[in-house]
Every structure is written in C-alpha cells, then in structure tokens.
Design a binder for this molecule. Structure first.
Ligand code: ATP
Ligand code: MG
Ligand code: MG
Length: 279
C-alpha cells in the first residue's frame, strides 16, 4: 500500500471536478480530519503536469488566513495528492442550505462580501500574481473555527480546466432554483484573452447572490430597513461596474472596491452571527 492508505483512512468524497476528487480523510496517527485532493497526474501531458505543479506551488506560497491551509503534497501511483485542512462547509452550502438565516443578517452579508474582496485582493497582489479563474460559492470555504476573526477563505487555485468551465456552463447547480447562474466571465466563457479582472466579474455575481440581488429572489433589504438603503445603492452601482464587459479593464480592482466599501460602511462593530453557521 502507498503513503496515502498508510497515513489516512478515507471517509467520503467531498467533491470532484475536471482533474480531481477531494476526500474527507482521517489521519491514522494524529486522529485529525483532513481534506485530501487527489489529482490525475501520470497521464497528463508535460504542459498540464507543469500547470498542476505550479498550482500546488501557488497554494504553498499563498499560506495565509485568506486561503485554505495547506499541509503537504506528494506523487503516488499516477496521482498528485494535496493534503489540506478540512472545512465542513462552503459558501455554497450556506447559500443553499441556510439562505433564510444568512439573508436575515445584513452584517453577515456585508462582512462576507468584504472578506471575499480581501481574499481575492491578496491573491491578485501576490508575486507572481495568482488569478483564481474559478471563483464560485463551492470554492469559498467556511473556517472550521472562528480563528483570525475571519469567516471565509479560498480554495481550488487555478486547477480550473476548460472541462470545469464546460461543466459549469452546462449545469444548474449554482442556483437557488431560479434559473441558471454561472460565475465565469464572458471573456473566459468565449475563450478570449483574459486577465485577473475575470475574478472581479465572478466576485460581482457572488456578491449579487450573497445580497440576494436577483429579480427572482425577494430583495433582502426590504426586511432590513432604511438604515441600509444607502449601502445597497452604492453596492448595486459597484457590482454593476464589476460586471463591465467586454472592456474588462474598466472593472475596478479589489483594492478599489474595498476602499469604497469602507467609505459606505455602516456599523463595523456589530457582532455577527458567524459562529452559529459552524454549529
Ligand atoms: P471543480 O473543478 O468542480 O471546482 P476541483 O476538482 O477543482 O473541482 P476543488 O474545487 O478543489 O476540486 O474541490 C472540490 C470541492 O470540494 C470544492 O468545491 C469544495 O467545496 C470542496 N473542498 C475542496 N477543498 C476542501 C477542503 N479543504 N475542505 C472541505 N471541502 C473542500
Ligand atoms: Mg472547485
Ligand atoms: Mg477546480
């Protein structure tokens, strides 16, 4: 038996995409639960191998509170394994399983959007710059513990393939049951030239979902009251600018959106209910 089976007991599959599958595993020695991503490797072309290895290097380099914690990676029987911390929930599970709880808390929505901007700012400003390219609620994980006073972090760095994009445009998985919502930018969808601004487009779509700005979902601000109306007005405008297309260079940087967000911010001292999501 290889290292993987010697070290870990495989418990269940969490999710899978173009190249890989993520498993929930238990370490035989330390008894802790981890997530291990198993990526097809041996059969790939040299080009793709290099790409996969580059992304492991990104994950190792992005070691921070903004990114899922990375422990180890190794090659074994035609696969590349990536050991990470295990997060029991993603933003997707929050948006679909607990939409009512989530939508009722405007502070949670604001803080989540702000944290998301901070995460993406961090990868966009790293050297060399990392473009995520596949930002979507499944790839945004919820902290297992309320550490760093933060709620969310990113996973799935640039392992996105054309296969993933095809799957995403064909599927209905990312909706709350009200029509198709895809998270990829028009330039990536049409396989045109793109840059890090593709992530800004995805962020706006995720933002719309967090704030339930969807004509078919009742607007949560109605339940919140006028205190937040100014915030939502500014937010709406900013989200529109983040969706600018085809001239994607017109989209603002994360840093710019964050600066504006701080200007309109309401009461940042509000204690949020993030903790209850982890229970
Ligand atoms: P896809 O292309 O469909 O996004 P993928 O093969 O690129 O899938 P990941 O996105 O890295 O693989 O992982 C698949 C899913 O597993 C993620 O969307 C996420 O919800 C979940 N996942 C990934 N890493 C972890 C983790 N460390 N803890 C808990 N869940 C995770
Ligand atoms: Mg993914
Ligand atoms: Mg992926």
């Amino acid at each position: 038996d290889g290292y993987y089976n010697k070290q870990f007991i495989e418990m269940s599959a969490i999710g899978s995409g173009g190249f890989g599958t993520v498993f929930k595993v238990k370490h035989r020695l330390d008894d802790k639960i981890y997530a291990v991503k198993k990526v097809q490797f041996g059969d790939l072309s040299e080009d793709k191998k290099q790409k996969v290895v580059k992304e492991v290097k990104s994950l190792a380099k992005l070691d921070s509170e903004f990114v899922v914690k990375y422990y180890n990676s190794w090659l074994e029987s035609n696969h590349l394994f990536i050991q990470m911390e295990f997060c029991s929930q993603s933003l997707q599970t929050l948006l679909t399983d607990k939409p009512i709880v989530f939508q009722r808390q405007p502070e949670d929505q604001m803080n989540t959007f702000e944290e998301l901007l901070e995460c993406v700012q961090y990868i966009h400003e790293s050297v060399p710059q990392v473009i995520h390219r596949d930002l979507k609620p499944d790839n945004i994980l919820i902290y297992p513990k309320f550490t760093f006073n933060r709620f969310i972090k990113l996973c799935d760095f640039g392992l996105a393939t054309d296969h993933d994009i095809n799957k995403q445009t064909a599927s209905n998985d990312h909706t709350l049951g009200v029509g198709t919502l895809r998270y990829i930018s028009p330039e990536v969808f049409h396989r045109k030239q793109y840059n890090h601004k593709t992530d800004i487009y995805s962020l706006a779509l995720i933002g719309e979902q967090i704030f339930s700005i969807d004509p078919q979902i009742s607007h949560s601000s109605q339940a919140i009251g006028s205190e937040f109306n100014k915030y939502y007005g500014n937010l709406y405008q900013t989200l529109q600018s983040m969706l600018s297309s085809p001239d994607y260079n017109q989209r603002p940087e994360c840093r710019e959106v964050l600066a504006k967000h701080n200007e309109w911010s309401i009461d940042k001292t509000v204690v949020t209910n993030h903790k209850e999501f982890n229970e």
